[in-house]
Design a protein around this ligand. Structure first.
Ligand SMILES: Cc1cc2nc3c(=O)[nH]c(=O)nc-3n(C[C@H](O)[C@H](O)[C@H](O)COP(=O)(O)O)c2cc1C
Length: 416
């Protein structure tokens, strides 16, 4: 098994759904980052079950304990271990599933590969293991925040209901106001009703979650086998239930011509015709056209200059008038918002009776899944998607030299 990811900022995940605990060891986080259990808890609370009618009723407080890596409220450069003890396991719900793999789950493949497989609640293959992603992601987000990089996530589609595009400045605020975590309040209401309808029927429904990283400097990504889009796609695809990943325009590129979608360059700090055209574009409320401005930090436009004053390219603040590339060109970030989307399948555990096989008896049989399940995974996966994006970006910020690898207090080392 491979349970570690990341080259400098690395995370090792451990634990299972019905075992004692789930957690993560984060290595390679530089010293002097202020972080507390509260920071991690805030993120875990966005992922935890039992928060509304449209999530599983499993009651877990998912309380974090940090047992290493923090000294005087700051990272000290040593491995950070975060652990969450499982409290509300109901393992007997799973006894009848011991030899009958659940359709849509990893029961069959895990048992076939490893033989000794903890089938209780999906064991190590459960969505619950994404607690480790969120522990690592919370630390990565805090690290990125100190470089003014912000990551937001929202549900854009449930079944056939699609959200209207919302200006990036408001996604976080609007999406936090409803249990679906959709930034369009009208669509959110309809999505909630649809999820409850499927819950009532003993079925489930899929959807799409968009995650956007803002203020990422140009220059992250290691071609050819460490391209930023490649690493993001891998990280997002590794979240259970994700069956598709798009960057920027994604699959829509197949219906487009280059003249329609090439993102044209312009210089932001020179008043040209393009610049004016772009300002007009940015009013169109379309995420591909928006020139994001962080209202809380006016300095973001100087991000590129902050790191390498000798690079001639940094004399100008270069942007693209549209952002169909999703902020990545040739595997390297171009300074525009990084836009990813994941297609999330309907929760595989449903109470509707399904066909399966009894692996011990070697005969076909029926299965009725008990236990407590999300009728739709999308709302809770928003926190996980943000975490996966944050972990990849933190690693690449270190790999590309934007963050000092041992001590963030030395973050201007490239200017020395
Ligand atoms: C945050 C999160 C919560 C999940 N909750 C459930 C759940 O309650 N019931 C369920 O059957 N699957 C749930 N899943 C999905 C399964 O873990 C996943 O579909 C399954 O392990 C099979 O993996 P695959 O879909 O990637 O092939 C959840 C996934 C995530 C990321």
């Amino acid at each position: 098994m491979t349970n570690t990811t990341g080259k400098i900022f690395s995370i090792t995940s451990f634990g299972s759904s019905h075992g004692k605990a789930i957690g993560a060891v984060i290595d390679g986080c530089p010293a002097n980052l202020e972080i507390s259990e509260k920071d991690i808890q805030k993120e875990l609370n966005r992922r935890k079950p039992g928060t509304s009618e449209i999530t599983t009723s499993r009651k877990e407080s998912d309380e974090i304990e940090i047992i290493s890596g923090i000294f005087n409220g700051k990272t000290d450069g040593t491995p950070i271990t975060g652990i969450v003890f499982n409290k509300d396991q109901k393992s007997k719900d799973y006894e009848s599933l011991k030899n009958t793999p659940r359709p849509g789950h990893g029961d069959y493949t895990w048992k076939k590969k490893y033989g000794n497989y903890d089938y209780h609640g999906g064991g190590r293959g459960s969505g619950r293991v994404t607690i480790a992603h969120v522990i690592g992601g919370a630390i990565a987000k805090k690290l990125l925040n100190s470089y003014n990089i912000k990551i937001v996530s929202h549900v854009t589609q449930i079944g056939k209901i699609k959200a209207n595009t919302v200006n990036m400045n408001f996604i976080e605020e609007f999406a936090s106001k409803n249990p679906v975590r959709c930034a369009d309040p009208t669509a959110a209401k309809a999505m909630e009703e649809l999820i409850l309808e499927y819950k009532e029927k003993g079925d489930s429904i899929g959807g799409i979650v968009e995650t956007i990283a803002l203020n990422v400097p140009a220059g992250l990504g290691d071609p050819v086998f460490g391209k930023l889009d490649g690493d993001l796609a891998k990280a997002l695809m590794e979240i259970g239930s994700v069956k598709g990943v798009e960057i920027g325009f994604g699959f829509e590129v197949a219906n487009s011509t280059a003249s329609q979608i090439n993102d044209e360059f312009y210089i932001k700090n020179i008043d040209t015709k393009n610049n004016i055209d772009n300002k007009n574009n940015s009013n169109s409320n379309n995420n591909y056209n928006i020139d994001y401005e962080d209202k809380n930090n006016k300095n973001y436009k100087n991000n590129n200059k902050q790191y390498d004053k000798n690079n001639d390219l940094n004399k100008y603040d270069i942007g693209t008038a549209t952002n169909t590339s999703g902020g990545i060109l040739g595997g390297i970030s171009n300074g525009m918002p990084i836009v990813t989307r994941i297609a999330v399948k309907p929760t595989p555990s449903i109470s509707t009776i399904q066909n399966t096989v009894d692996l011990e008896k070697g005969e076909e049989t029926k299965i009725e899944i008990k236990g407590r399940h999300d009728p739709c995974i999308c709302p809770r996966i928003t926190a996980v998607s943000e975490s996966s994006v944050a972990i990849v970006l933190a690693d690449h910020m270190l790999r590309s030299g934007f963050i000092h690898p041992s001590n963030i207090a030395k973050n201007n080392h490239l200017r020395d």
